[in-house]
Write a protein that binds this ligand. Structure first.
Ligand SMILES: O=P(O)(O)OC[C@H]1O[C@H](OP(=O)(O)OP(=O)(O)O)[C@H](O)[C@@H]1O
Ligand SMILES: Nc1nc2[nH]cnc2c(=O)[nH]1
Length: 217
């Protein structure tokens, strides 16, 4: 996994020295307490401090790019709620925020292939500089649906900031202005990402090794 550069004064990609292959619960110093000490949690993919460092860099790059036209941040619920909260505070501009809830995974670990708007935006996008804030791009279906949908609302500009991009899974090429990390094509949880609504409050991203989410209590 590596941090990936965007177009605007982005920091260099970094290696992933924290990756040990050890399950999160067996890593010394990695909060092996409930609810983190869970056998379904696998390898640590991005530690909490790396997330925060990268988000600070992304926030600074976004602030430079939008200096004279503060963007409207469009958060994609529910997964991006925690990322957007931290990113917004790392952007030193008077940003505005709105949220859209989109769902295609339900409680499964594979996309249903059907992207659904569960909650629409409150704000009119006409003439606005819009920055979509996504937690993860996996198949790319959600982002492709969303960009087409929002472009039809006549924004002045539309860019995307995605925290995680799964390597090699997208059928079409991605046009991301800002990316946090490229990660392996495994199902991950934490930092907003769930399985059957669990694990969103983990402060790090890790692999999910559990079985059928319907078995979660
Ligand atoms: O690239 P894709 O394969 O389309 O997957 C990416 C989407 O999947 C997740 O949403 P999900 O449907 O799980 O809803 P949630 O955010 O409410 O958990 C995630 O938050 C992204 O929005
Ligand atoms: N929790 C979670 N949601 C996703 N949506 C698309 N990919 C993922 C993933 O790896 N984890």
């Amino acid at each position: 996994m590596s941090a990936v550069a965007g177009p605007v004064d982005e920091p260099e990609p970094s290696a992933a020295p924290w990756r040990t292959g050890l399950p999160v619960a067996r890593r010394p110093g990695c909060l092996p307490e409930p609810p983190w000490d869970d056998p379904s949690l696998g390898e640590l993919i991005v530690p909490a401090d790396e997330l925060q460092a990268r988000i600070a860099d992304l926030g600074a790059a976004i602030a430079r790019h939008y200096a004279d036209r503060p963007p409207l941040l469009v958060g994609v619920l529910k997964g991006a709620c925690i990322f957007l909260s931290d990113l917004a505070r790392a952007i030193g501009l008077p940003v505005e925020m709105d949220f859209m809830a989109i769902s295609s995974y339900g409680s499964a670990t594979r996309t249903s292939g059907v992207v659904r708007i569960v909650k629409d935006l409150d704000i009119d996008l006409t003439g606005r500089h819009v920055l979509i804030v996504e937690d993860i791009v996996d198949s790319g279906l959600t982002l492709s649906f969303l960009t087409r949908n929002l472009l039809a609302r006549n924004p002045a500009s539309l860019e995307v900031c995605a925290l995680l991009v799964k390597e090699g899974l997208q059928a079409t090429s991605l046009d991301l202005a800002y990316e946090g990390f490229r990660i392996p094509p495994e199902f991950v949880v934490g930092y907003g990402l769930d399985v059957a609504e669990r694990f969103r409050n983990l402060p790090f991203i890790c692999e999910y090794r559990g079985g059928d989410p319907a078995g979660l209590s």
